[in-house]
Design a protein around this ligand. Structure first.
Ligand SMILES: [Zn+2]
Ligand SMILES: [Zn+2]
Length: 303
């Protein structure tokens, strides 16, 4: 379904560029919010990311959401799972809460017809890493087995490499995927800030291709399902997960451009998780830069 009438000024549907947007006021509001910022996709938290307690949307809220979605110029929605979840925890209480929360997140993602649920693989909290990988993978596998009707893939995101966070290297991601063993229900989300913070040099296009290829080994389709495009507030190898606006951090526009142009050529969705200020000026600026990095004209509504 194309709805080019609302996008006449751009001459076609928006590319799959988007932002993490707020669900304030209702899930149905995310489409208008995304359209006003020239998005062709958005990412949301389905509930407060700092709360364990939430219920999947009721039928009434779902119907309003789907009405807004079918009237919108785009329909791709990604959900980022709560940061509280630690699937690798060796604390039985945190593990139990994490399992229940991830199950609800996946059920919610299915109800919303989301394109993917993004999850940080977890933290070993100073303990043995291979034990933590095994705990996270077997819990995730059990949840996926309990949701046989589920459709939304779980996208594991590479991390910034701080301390005990799992998933900063291609090898550790590969061991997670193979231990989960559900290639049709799992995929990869790569974050440019996390790649850089964990030490990868993004300044050379060939090196970028090689890094992405290493992360994609053994992944269905051999491509990331989603990119998070963020600059990094701290220097390469800092291990610190602090995002900056595009061109306002240590990665810089040239290096981000290598990732963006190859992701754009492959038609992959890209989400900005860049800092927001008052109003939407920072979002508009970062979206303009994303269009620019992909070599595409900037839509008038964000010009
Ligand atoms: Zn991210
Ligand atoms: Zn991050």
């Amino acid at each position: 379904m194309t709805k080019d009438s609302t996008l006449g000024r751009t001459g076609g549907a928006s590319p799959r560029f988007g932002l993490h947007v707020s669900v304030a006021g209702g899930l149905d509001r995310i489409f208008a919010r995304g359209e006003s910022l020239a998005c062709g996709t958005v990412q949301i938290f389905s509930h407060s990311s700092r709360s364990w307690d939430f219920s999947p949307p009721d039928p009434e809220r779902l119907s309003v959401y789907f009405q807004a979605r079918s009237a919108a110029s785009f329909s791709d929605v990604f959900i980022h799972a709560s940061y509280l979840i630690n699937m690798a925890s060796d604390d039985p209480e945190i593990a139990g809460r994490s399992i229940a929360a991830l199950e609800k997140e996946l059920a919610t993602a299915d109800l919303l017809g989301a394109n993917g649920l993004v999850l940080h693989p977890g933290s070993a909290r100073g303990g043995d890493r291979s034990g933590a990988v095994h705990r996270a993978a077997s819990r995730i596998r059990e949840i996926l087995d309990r949701l046989p009707e589920g459709k939304t893939p779980l996208l594991l995101e590479n991390t910034a490499g701080a301390g005990s966070m799992l998933g900063a290297t291609p090898e550790e991601m590969a061991s997670l995927y193979s231990a989960i063993g559900r290639p049709l229900r799992t995929g990869l989300c790569l974050d440019s800030c996390h790649l850089f913070a964990s030490g990868f040099d993004l300044s050379n296009p060939d090196a970028c291709r090689e890094i992405v290829a290493r992360f994609c080994q053994g992944i269905p389709g051999a491509q990331p399902a989603l990119w998070h495009i963020n600059d990094a507030l701290f220097p390469r190898g800092s291990g610190r997960d602090r995002h900056a606006g595009l061109g306002e951090g240590h990665i810089g526009l040239d290096a981000l451009g290598h990732l963006v142009s190859s992701a754009a050529a492959a038609g992959l969705p890209m989400i900005l998780e860049t800092p927001k200020g008052e109003g939407d000026e920072a979002d508009r600026l970062n979206m303009r830069r994303l269009y620019g990095l992909a070599g595409l004209p900037v839509p008038e509504r964000i010009a």
